[in-house]
Design a protein around this ligand. Sequence first.
Ligand code: XIL
Length: 354
Amino acid sequence: MPLTRRELIEKALGAAAASALGTLPALGAQGGRVPYGSALYLPDLTADVRVGRAIIEHCNRVSPVSELKWNTLRPSDGVFDFASGDAIADFARTNKLAMHGHTLIWYADMPDWVRAYDGHQGGERLMAEHIETVAAHYAGTIASWDVVNEPIPDAAPDETTLRDGFWLNRMGKSYVGTAFRLAHVAAPQALLVLNEYDIEFAVDRSPAKRAAFRRLVLDLLDEGAPIGAIGLQGHLRGGWPIAKDELAAFVAEMRDLGLKVLVTELDVQDQDLPGPEAERDNLIATQVYDFLEAVTDSGPLESLTTWGISDQYSWVRWAYPRTDGTHNRPLPLDWDFEPKPFKVVIDHFLKKTT
Ligand code: XIL
């Protein structure tokens, strides 16, 4: 006899977590909880009324998926198109959601026209114009910014090599600290975040990436860069074990250094996990549990954001599709916006405020 979903989650997470399945509270309405957010892609908000409803019901925070990336915001040199970003900001304001800014500086999603900016000076001029304009436009709206996204290469050859790309090529390693200094001047109240993925695993290239990320944070603090937080994206790879002790120690060290810790893009890539839904959901929930247990071991999260809220609108569907004809199940709510064990697990950890 297969176990019911409730029995599975009880087995994996204990009776307390399982009993929460019946009483999923609306987080937005609760006090004393870690802020919970979802990424939001504007076309999904306009296409399906359930997307906005779910975010309003469950979240008190929102992160734009693409609306503040350069390809959307910077159609041509000197031009800023704030229409999509402002639409997300309006949705946030109307529904009393905090807005997280994703992202000012990233190696990816850069339009072709930026290539005309040559050399250190050209790069810095472009960076300054962008950060000053965008951070100022959203001052008072965006309380936290991913200032630099994904600075570490996947296969970090040593602790000091940064990911190749436009900004490194123009400005060298100093681009990261410069971005933080510019953001601090333009948005002095904002929490400034260094955001990265694959920091949490015990396998593959993750330990080297974690070491390089740590080195970059230490170097930024040494040079006095105004970094306020690290963002762990948390794009968990189904089946990859979490390095629980190492991750807990790393996060504790970051907190000891005075930094806040955010989970910014949590989801689970489940393309290689077993087909049966209940079994898969249980594995996903357990992996999320391991991750959040480690990152909250030394203190509460500043905030937790999942990269979307319903499986139906997850990027995992097209970036990491399954080949068995079943839907991916990477997020807290399923295809029909019903809560899954993933939701029980995050609710459990959102209550950890000390
Ligand atoms: C992804 C979006 O979800 C996709 O829709 C887009 O095409 C590519 O980017 N890390 C990040 C996010 O910081 O910006 C990425 O978002 C997912 C990985």
